[in-house]
Structures are given as C-alpha cells and as structure tokens.
Design a protein around this ligand. Structure first.
Ligand code: ACO
Length: 329
C-alpha cells in the first residue's frame, strides 16, 4: 500500500444549450412555476435536444475540459470511470466510448451504475486506484441524459430532472486530497425509484413501450424521506469519523435532488447556507452529474486546504459521502 492520496487536479463540465423553464413545463403538464420552485427549488433545467447526441457526448466534452484544466494529456490517463444510469447503450460502456473519443489509449474504462450516488462511488474507486499505487491518473465522470428516461407527461417526475455532465481528473498527492469516504447500499426491492423495463427482468416489447415501462418511476414521498435522512446521516457520520465541526467545514457539495433535502442536510450539519453549493435552480437533478457540476461552478472560490464534504443519495438505494481537503495546485 502506498502512502499516496488522490487529489482533484482538474474539473470540467458540459451543459446542453436548451433551457427548459418551469413556464414551458406549464404548457406540457398540469403544474405551475410556484409549485415547482417551492417544492423542489428548481427554476429551469438543460435538455440535450440533438437526437444524434447522448450521454457519451456530454461526458466526452466534460472530460476534455477537465484534462485541459489539469494540464494532463489523454494518453497519461490510466482509467476512465463514467457514473451514469443513462448510458448510450447497455454495452459497450459509455466509458469505452469516451476513452476512444478523447484518445486515452493507455486507459481502461467502465461504467458505474449507482444513480445519484454514482459520482461519489466512482470518485471513491478512482481515489482507491491511486492510493494503491497502481494508477497515477484517473478520469472520473458523472453524466446523465435524464431526458431519455423521463416521461414528459408525468408531472411528478418530469419537473425534477435535467441533462448534463461533469468530470474530474484525479492525480496522486503527498498531502491533502481525498481523505475519507463512507458508502452505503440498501437494495430497494420495493422499487421505490427505478426504471421497470429494458433490463433482463422486462426486456423491451411493444407492451413495455406501450405501458411506459422504459421511463423512470419514483415513489416521491418515500424517496424524499429516505434521502433526507440518508444524506444528513452520512454527512454527520463522515464529520464525526474525522473529528470535524461545522466550523471546520468550508463547503458542503450535496447531490441536487431537492432544495429541501439539501437544506435539511445543512441544518443537521449546523452549516450556514453560504457554505452549501446549490445550483439546482439552474440545472435540476442531473443524477450523476450534480456534484461535479457544483465543483465546476464553484472551482474559482475553492482555496487550498478547504475541508469539503461531498454527499449524495439516490436510487439503489445508494448513499455516501467523501471528505477531501482541496489541493488542486
Ligand atoms: N405540479 C403540481 N402538483 C403536483 C406536481 C407538480 N409537478 N407533482 C405532484 N403534485 C401534487 C401531487 O399530485 C399531490 O397532490 P394531492 O395532495 O392532491 O395528491 C401534491 O402535489 C403533493 O405531492 P407530494 O408527492 O406529496 O409532493 P412532495 O412535497 O413530496 O414533492 C417531490 C414531490 C418533489 C417529488 C419530492 O417527493 C421529492 O423530491 N422526492 C425525492 C426525490 C429524490 O430525492 N430522488 C432521489 C434522487 S433521483 C435518482 O437517484 C435518479
């Protein structure tokens, strides 16, 4: 075991140009701007409209920007991990498509399926690859084209999600970087949040399409309760393990599923709202992309040595947190 840690040395992003506003959703389903903003905190979200483009396109653009930000060449990358629940295909993996398009000829790549916790799971794996001493540079991407699995006639889900991608380059460091992580899974056999068809349980048929089984389904109230508890619990767990008080924490980077879930987590951590990265108003829930999109939006405000907690909750059920000390330079 080496004594190295992993640090984030570059951050990149991709957001489609098309802005789907609450006002436009009002013309599509029986909803209104006030309901959406007060229940979720979302004002608008981005949608990838181009029919020829999918998750790998957004992931590739985010990866290129992260590599440039880190000053790392694609050939130096040892592994590419793409967290997504909306891969271009079941196989080949979206990570394989990204690996080819960016020219990461010395890397292997695979996808991580952990819904909204995908990025924190993937970042944990990337960090452990580097800590092991076997890998020097790893690209971790969170990317989802949620519009491909959202039923735009279902007002309970279509208001929540958006498309986007974020990426980070991980490199080894002697100090700071990713210090600790806690991850949890509790198999959701009740299917409170899932996509019923397309897998081996319900392969695609005319009937599965007819009954809209290829779209995401969610028991919103059940997931809301579990997410509110889970994200706060895991954030406190990682603070306690590392003897961190709320004064020690510079930033919380929460998964952006619902503003009320984020605020409840911040309250339990006793954190002021200025320390919480929130961009759900602009992008909605981009699933695996929310956390790296926050890191991208805030990257110029992060200072060397800042204590940062990343926290997520999502389908699976999955939840987890990462504690890192910012060390980009
Ligand atoms: N516009 C207007 N009214 C609506 C809408 C809408 N878009 N959607 C639902 N309503 C109505 C409901 O029909 C209900 O009406 P009723 O009382 O007459 O039955 C009422 O509003 C309240 O509905 P609730 O479901 O209780 O609303 P709630 O406050 O729970 O908010 C929401 C719903 C936003 C979905 C919330 O439950 C939530 O955020 N859940 C968690 C989402 C989450 O964290 N997902 C995990 C990550 S996603 C992933 O992993 C892929």
């Amino acid at each position: 075991m080496s004594s190295k840690r992993a640090k984030i040395s570059g951050v990149g992003h991709y957001l489609p140009d098309y802005v789907l506003t609450n006002a436009e959703l009002e013309t599509m389903v029986d909803t209104n701007d006030e309901w959406i903003r007060t229940r979720t905190g979302i004002s608008e979200r981005r949608i990838l409209k181009d029919p020829d483009k999918a998750t790998s396109f957004m992931a590739t653009e985010a990866a290129k920007e992260a590599l440039e930000d880190a000053g790392v060449k694609a050939e130096e990358i040892d592994a590419v991990i793409v967290a997504t629940v909306t891969p271009d295909y079941f196989f080949p993996a979206t990570a394989a498509l990204v690996q080819k398009r960016i020219g990461a000829e010395n890397a292997y790549g695979y996808d991580m399926s952990a819904a909204c916790s995908g990025f924190v799971y993937a970042l944990t794996e990337g960090a452990m690859m580097i800590e092991s001493g076997r890998m020097k540079k790893v690209l971790v991407i969170g990317a989802d084209k949620m519009s491909s699995i959202v039923d735009f006639t279902d007002r309970t889900t279509c208001i929540l999600f958006g498309d986007g991608a974020g990426a980070v380059v991980l490199e080894e460091t002697d100090e700071n970087g990713i210090i600790d992580f806690v991850q949890h899974t509790d198999g959701d056999e009740d299917c409170s949040l899932y996509q019923p068809a397309g897998g081996s349980m319900n392969p695609a048929t005319a009937e599965t399409v007819e009954s809209k089984m290829h779209y995401l389904r969610q028991d919103g109230r059940v997931v809301f309760k579990k997410a509110t508890e889970g994200m706060a619990d895991v954030s406190l767990e990682i603070m306690e393990r590392n003897n961190l008080t709320s004064d020690d924490v510079a930033w919380l980077v929460p998964h952006q599923a619902n503003l009320r879930i984020i605020q409840a987590t911040a309250r339990r951590m006793e954190l002021d709202e200025e320390k919480v990265m929130i961009n759900i108003d602009k992008y909605g829930n981009t699933t695996a992309a929310t956390i790296p999109l926050c890191l991208y939006d805030w990257k110029d405000r992060l200072k060397e040595g800042d204590n940062i907690i990343l926290a997520a909750f999502g389908g699976g059920l999955t939840w987890g947190a990462i504690y890192l000390k910012w060390s980009k330079s």
